[in-house]
Design a protein around this ligand. Sequence first.
Ligand SMILES: Nc1nc2c(c(=O)[nH]1)N[C@H]1C(S)=C(S)[C@@H](COP(=O)(O)OP(=O)(O)OC[C@H]3O[C@@H](n4cnc5c(=O)[nH]c(N)nc54)[C@H](O)[C@@H]3O)O[C@H]1N2
Ligand SMILES: Nc1nc2c(c(=O)[nH]1)N[C@H]1C(S)=C(S)[C@@H](COP(=O)(O)OP(=O)(O)OC[C@H]3O[C@@H](n4cnc5c(=O)[nH]c(N)nc54)[C@H](O)[C@@H]3O)O[C@H]1N2
Ligand code: SF4
Ligand SMILES: [Mo]
Length: 719
Amino acid sequence: MVHKAKTFCRNCGALCSMEVTVDNGRLLDVVADGSVSPYGPYMCIKGQSSIEFHNGAEDRLLHSLKRDGQGRFVPIDAAQALDEIAAQLTALIDKYGPRAVALYHGTGAYRSVLGAQLEKSFLSAIGTPNLFSTMTIDQSAKWVTSGRMGFMASGKPAFVDVDLAVLVGNNPVVSHQTYPFGPGESGAPGRAFAAAKKRGTRIIVIDPRQHETARYADLFIQPLPGHDAVIFAAIAHILLRDGRYNKRFCDRFVTQLDALRTAVAPFTPELAAARADVPVAQIELAAQWIGEARCPFVGSGSGPSMSAHSNLNDHMIEVVNALAGGYRKAGDRVRNPGTLNPRTPVETVVAAGRSWEKGVKCRTVDIGKLFGEFPTALLPQEIMTPGEDRIRALIVFGGNPVMGLGDPERAVAAFNDLDLLIVLDPRMNATAKLAHYVIATSQPFERHDITIAGDSLYPTAFAQYAPPLIEKPVGVIDDWEFFWAVAARMNRPLLLKYWTYGLDFEHIRDCMALDMQTRPDPEDMLRFLCRNSRVPFDELVVNPSGVRPDMAEHFVLPATVDNGARLQLCPADVADELGQVLAEHSDPRFRYLLTCRRILEAMNSAYRDAERTRRKYPVNWAYMNPTDMAAEALNEGERIAIDSECGQIHAVVKAEAALRRGVISMTHLFGELQASRDPLQQAGSFTGALTSLQQHLEPINFMPRFSGVPINVATANAD
Ligand SMILES: Nc1nc2c(c(=O)[nH]1)N[C@H]1C(S)=C(S)[C@@H](COP(=O)(O)OP(=O)(O)OC[C@H]3O[C@@H](n4cnc5c(=O)[nH]c(N)nc54)[C@H](O)[C@@H]3O)O[C@H]1N2
Ligand SMILES: Nc1nc2c(c(=O)[nH]1)N[C@H]1C(S)=C(S)[C@@H](COP(=O)(O)OP(=O)(O)OC[C@H]3O[C@@H](n4cnc5c(=O)[nH]c(N)nc54)[C@H](O)[C@@H]3O)O[C@H]1N2
Ligand code: SF4
Ligand SMILES: [Mo]
């Protein structure tokens, strides 16, 4: 029987509310449901593709697989696979200890709510510290910044309250990536920017590409990539030079202002303009607008975090935000005080913790955890470096790390060195192809979720529950079920806790001990996770479009006592790195810089094979400024060879006037791991092959260089 059901999408942080037409276990259609969602009716093309994926598109995996002695994948019953995995993990732990086991949490894991919660329980139950995720190959520069600077517990202002939005290397109209890293709204981002412009909000965009979000900019600055630290050091220089920083805020909440003044003194606007190749007047104007803003929010996306000096870039961007007082103040309205996880922001500094300097360390480098995780770029050496405590078993949950890491030679060698590689995924991705076991897991409309991942991102308080709309295929299990079932077979009881970033799992006291004999009911687990919610779970159940809790207005509270903590604007390692940047020159061997970019149709490597993606992107085009193409005598659609210091790929060139000269812009995780010779046949070019996991890693988070990669281009010789 055909019926309509409410749910929400789980492909990205926008968690768009939807209405799906269901017919006898098949999903027929989907439309946006704006009836209660704070974003109103909105969804993107991936919402549509996800319906097709549920119905079997993109060769969705319908049963688990095991690699046999000849390297072939043969179907295996999930229960049998779980038995074998539990036995092998137990044997490895008995012989080598719990550090033999590691887990990588990929993009597909963030919105698999029960899976992500039980993953933490599982790691705790077996006692391994080895947690890796995409965050340290993404924007962990922001974590490094809060670890070195500290952060304001009052939080950043909501987009509707902002009178100046500065977006650096961030394209939310495509990526839906905004709060808390940058200004904007995750859902219906274009609508939010259009409304902001109508309110008179000033918008500054700093990006080598005049992208989809830049159409809302009042000031568009188009620098060469990799110079954000210099640009923002220069903006700090101007604010301090002119005394235009927020003295009320700085007097109370920051320290090291004199050290900052000294460190940024050489970073004149002229120097920044020359390095980044932008007009001096634009840097002066940006600083002027930042200095005069009443409620600014200066933030960034993945661009600065993926380029050279990524930690310094994000630190200097945050320094400018701090000089401008870009945080909520005591008495300011808190528009979303959390629903499932209520929060009471206080105007106080959370001290810089430098977590990586203490506690449990990586085995191959003297570096501790960043927000509870080890740097993912170190995973290959944590696997390959000989020693009793090396990583021998890796569980990959919702990720494609062998591609995400880049440097395929090193990444593939490491993954092949594992005794046991288990991949939980509905797709046979490049990492799954190296696995010993691939566990086919359910898709969102077949499982139970609540909006934990959006709880602090929504512009106003909102929560939604999504029950399964259809039964999962017979051979498929839920992500959470993997962790529960393996733990049960290993005799390791699990505790369910409401874990969020910043919390230490071991220190969360409130927990639900799971029944390890009988499969727990997902609704009971979600009911537990809603224990402190402003909306009880049962109310979410009877309101399938979601609930906006009815409550009094919330305001940021003043601190009752001064805890003494201050934002550290210029610690010694930041000052040192500024000094290094000052002494640097661009590499004369390379004429271009490769930058990152995302497409609406795909989510990293997911949906790149969807029909509607392939139509527009048979390959990930190598976008180039038309004047550069003419200078290189390249024609539209021509095959080019791109060389970096450590690799070569072949790609197909496409003209894009919106891109500045000297830059080539490509989407990541397309193509195949093997050297790309025929991009059309290989469905794209793998840009990760241009990156090294040994050279140019950043300090602290070991972030590889995924943007601003020095390259040369030439016509590819047909072969
Ligand atoms: N549709 C879609 N949405 C996604 C994803 C996806 O693949 N598809 N991926 C998700 C993930 S994993 C993430 S991390 C987020 C990322 O979200 P965003 O950070 O918004 O991602 P991008 O769209 O790649 O935007 C990065 C921008 O940085 C610019 N840039 C590159 N290098 C530099 C630099 O050195 N300086 C400056 N100033 N700019 C630079 C690029 O030109 C580009 O416009 O998006 C998420 N959302
Ligand atoms: N060169 C270069 N490299 C990069 C980047 C870049 O810009 N340039 N970007 C980096 C960034 S920001 C990131 S985040 C990483 C991406 O790195 P990863 O997260 O490792 O890669 P994805 O392709 O996003 O893999 C997501 C997987 O999750 C699966 N999945 C989706 N939904 C579910 C689910 O509900 N359950 C399970 N079990 N699986 C699910 C998908 O099928 C897909 O295989 O790559 C990084 N690498
Ligand atoms: S923006 Fe697109 S991918 Fe993201 S939640 Fe909405 S429909 Fe899904
Ligand atoms: Mo990411």
